[in-house]
Design a protein around this ligand. Structure first.
Ligand SMILES: *[C@@H]1O[C@H](CO)[C@@H](O)[C@H](O)[C@H]1NC(C)=O
Ligand SMILES: *[C@@H]1O[C@H](CO)[C@@H](O)[C@H](O)[C@H]1NC(C)=O
Ligand SMILES: *[C@@H]1O[C@H](CO)[C@@H](O)[C@H](O)[C@H]1NC(C)=O
Length: 424
């Protein structure tokens, strides 16, 4: 009896010792990872836990590792002030109040506490928008969070732009707006136009899919996303609800991410996950640019004379008491190109210009305020090509972007334009 007790006690001791020993080892590796700026660059991808909970301690460390981009001195062009008039609509009033403060104090939108900014805005809204309660529910939601700009990062790719072999920097970054459930579309993009790697001429291309979080009633896709992020290393996810009206926030978070993690990228392609991109044509277009143009590029399918849609049933409905005036020219959000050199000024000016619920219009507003106009390029077909040309590979061969194609069509087109038998 006594001997058994002694043996049990010894076994316990050994186990305890082993646990202790193991945990010190673990601590050591954790701490040794903290040091050195180069180490930050080479840090392994965010460990995504197998239970799908990716909001780990280390994700917090990751996001603290690189400094937040600063908001530089912002000036706003006269043409922007001319297009957007000073009137009684809520957004217009917010803008002009920000512009008045601009001359006094610099930037105006503070990165308010994410978990609290919603409530603070709610009180303001009731008094400031007389018909707020008649707005569609989603629009009310947008107004309540329009000052909230710091959602937690759920899935990160901190070393996406750190190349492993050689030091060729990232020439093109595909930033593709996706939603958690669109696995099939993402896979089609990965297998075709969004393939990462070094293309002809040594041009390095990277791809990222930008995600928000699912709604409460949606099935929980987190374990699948965690797997996908580990397997492909191309997901970025933030903890805000996926919604059309949250795309401006998504774009802004991507800008912030790029300035921290991929600051030297030459060009960004921002687009939807259901478009077809002719990557070789896109790259040769980029290579053909004069340096002066390459540094100020904002090109796509330009919508130059648009007005807000006032039908409450429209997807893009904008109430008159919210925004009054036309839109500045903008490049359609289905897919456009922008120079890396414009990202910092764009991010800076976005701290003065209040968020607008339509993301591509918002980008157009910001670039207009910067004094940059969108350039039209016939190769960007965000409204698709003529009906009779939709199967015509020769038409597609010369285009850069076509909206909108199914994953199967994307694969077929990709194979088609690369076929050695194609003679046009
Ligand atoms: C944000 O607000 C929450 C809830 O009120 C609070 O617990 C948290 O400490 C705040 N965070 C910061 C950084 O102020
Ligand atoms: C870097 O780019 C050059 C051309 O500029 C190319 O020859 C070379 O293969 C590239 N290196 C890598 C590692 O991608
Ligand atoms: C945008 O995301 C926030 C944060 O998750 C959410 O509260 C809000 O309802 C979303 N907006 C819309 C229009 O769904």
């Amino acid at each position: 009896m006594r001997r058994i007790r002694t043996i049990t006690a010894m076994a316990l001791l050994v186990t305890l010792f082993l646990i202790f020993f193991y945990s010190t080892l673990h601590l050591e590796t954790t701490y040794s990872h903290k040091a050195g700026p180069e180490d930050v660059l080479r840090r392994p991808r965010l460990p995504v836990h197998s239970d799908g909970d990716v909001k780990t301690q280390s994700s917090k460390q990751e996001s603290d590792a690189a400094p937040h981009p600063v908001v530089h001195n912002v000036s706003v062009s006269d043409s922007f002030r001319q297009i957007i008039s000073q009137n009684r609509a809520y957004w217009n009033r917010l803008l002009y109040s920000a512009l008045r403060n601009l001359n006094k104090r610099g930037n105006t939108v503070s990165n308010s506490n994410w978990s609290r900014c919603r409530e603070t805005n709610q009180e303001l809204l009731q008094t400031n928008v007389h018909d707020f309660t008649s707005y569609p529910v989603l629009f009310q939601d947008f107004l309540q969070v329009m000052n909230c700009r710091s959602p937690p990062v759920l899935i990160n790719q901190p070393d996406k732009c750190v190349s492993t072999k050689g030091d060729n920097h990232t020439v093109l970054l595909f930033a593709i707006k996706s939603t958690p459930g669109n696995f099939e579309r993402r896979q089609a993009v990965r297998e075709t136009w969004g393939q990462e790697g070094v293309y002809q001429g040594g041009l390095r291309v990277h791809t990222l899919f930008l995600l928000g979080s699912s709604q409460l009633d949606d099935p929980n896709l987190n374990p699948l996303l965690a797997f996908e992020a580990r397997r492909f290393g191309d997901l970025l996810q933030w903890d805000f609800h996926e919604s059309l009206l949250n795309l401006t926030l998504k774009m802004n978070m991507f800008l912030q991410w790029t300035l921290r993690r991929c600051p030297h990228v030459s060009f960004v392609f921002s687009g939807d996950d259901d478009v077809f991109v002719n990557t070789p044509a896109l790259l040769s277009y980029l290579q053909s640019l004069e340096p002066s143009k390459a540094s100020k590029l904002y090109v796509g399918h330009v919508i130059s004379t648009a007005n807000p849609l006032r039908d409450p049933k429209s997807k893009y409905y904008i109430p008159l008491s919210f925004y009054d005036g036309p839109y500045p020219a903008y490049a359609g959000g289905g897919g456009f190109l922008i120079s890396g050199a414009l990202l910092q000024p764009l991010y800076s000016v976005s701290h003065v210009i209040p968020f607008f619920p339509i993301d591509d219009v918002y980008t157009g507003m910001c670039t207009n305020a910067m004094g940059v106009s969108p350039e039209a390029h016939a190769g960007f077909q965000t409204f698709d090509v003529k009906e009779q040309d939709r199967e015509n590979l020769c038409v597609h061969k010369d285009l850069i972007l076509i909206h909108q194609r199914s994953p199967q069509q994307v694969k077929k087109l990709w194979r088609g334009i690369h076929s050695p038998l194609l003679s046009c």
